[in-house]
Design a binder for this molecule. Structure first.
Ligand code: ATP
Length: 289
């Protein structure tokens, strides 16, 4: 793969490596993310997700390979200057240091760094911090601090938003609200690159997911087809002779038809269980240890 000059992609990665001594945190990654796409990078602890994201953000230098983020190499400071930074929103894994400012003041303060900031009040509402707007940032709970991080990531109306494990510490309601927010940003054309440990999050949000282990991409696919999921055998269970019976089949409809004629009608406690994204992911990771 060679890096193209077209603007179809927000991110282009070609043969990316990053080593610390003889340890390869990233061991040769090829990946493109289209403009307007939500791409989720999944992988176990230490797989290389944060390293990859921080290289794309320009916070770490690569060892070898070629990358372009919104058309520029993030490491080439002269090339990817202030106007490039203006188009990029970042939510790092570690939370922002809270100065002696309220939530409102913090968001306001950060909005001045950008050329076309979003409306401060709107962003505070979007991340669900309205009731805490006058609270000092240092008094927020862990999940609320994370929401403030997200607010600071989106305040600059980014074209491309990086989110490194954004919903860690969110309660279920806050996560759902956050998903709605990301879907809204996507509908406005924002490209989103996120890392997450939550498989349901990847499934709910991502157009494509990349699974990474030991610094290498195992597979990139839409969540519905990852790991040949669509063709994976389904488990069929039902009640017969006082016991739950179970079979696995790649043709569950045909099996159910057979059962229907054998049991003449309603099949007691019938369930057809497809592997979910977590099952598929764990299998892939297990095979790549
Ligand atoms: P997590 O899910 O735990 O956040 P990750 O996929 O983000 O993990 P990275 O933080 O990218 O993983 O780390 C990848 C590997 O690189 C790990 O083995 C880590 O120990 C190693 N590593 C990262 N930064 C450094 C560093 N500055 N010096 C040495 N090794 C490092």
């Amino acid at each position: 793969m060679t890096i193209s000059t077209s603007s179809e992609f927000a991110i282009e990665i070609n043969g990316l490596t990053k080593n610390y001594g003889d340890k390869f945190a990233v061991a040769g990654i090829d990946l493109t993310v289209s403009k307007g796409e939500i791409f989720a990078l999944l992988g176990p602890n230490g797989a290389g997700k944060t390293t990859t994201v921080e290289i794309l953000e320009g916070f770490r230098n690569l060892s070898s390979g070629e990358i372009k983020v919104l058309g520029f190499d993030p490491a080439t400071k002269g090339e990817a200057g202030r106007s490039w930074r203006n188009k990029i929103g970042i939510v790092l894994q570690s939370t922002t240091d809270a100065a002696d400012l309220t939530v409102q003041e913090t968001v306001e303060h950060f909005s001045h760094y950008y050329k076309n900031p979003r409306d401060v009040d709107e962003v505070i509402d979007e991340v669900g911090l309205r009731e805490k707007a006058k609270e000092f940032a240092r008094n927020l709970s862990g999940g609320q601090r994370r929401r403030l991080d997200v607010a600071l990531g989106i305040i600059g109306s980014p074209e491309l938003l990086f989110l490194d494990e954004p919903t860690t510490g969110f309660d279920p309601e806050a996560r759902r609200a956050f998903w709605d927010l990301l879907n809204k940003l996507r509908s406005e054309g924002t490209t989103i690159f996120l890392t997450t440990h939550y498989l349901d999050e990847a499934e709910a949000l991502a157009d494509r997911v990349g699974v990474i282990a030991n610094g290498k991409i195992i597979e990139i696919a839409p969540p519905a087809t990852l790991g040949n999921r669509a063709n994976a055998p389904a488990r069929i269970t039902w009640l017969e002779n006082g016991k739950i019976q179970e079979i696995e089949s790649i043709n569950p409809t045909a099996e159910v038809q057979k059962l229907m004629s054998r049991l003449s009608g309603e099949i007691p406690q019938l369930q057809i269980i497809r592997p979910n994204l977590e099952d598929i992911y764990l299998r892939m990771i297990g095979e790549n240890r």
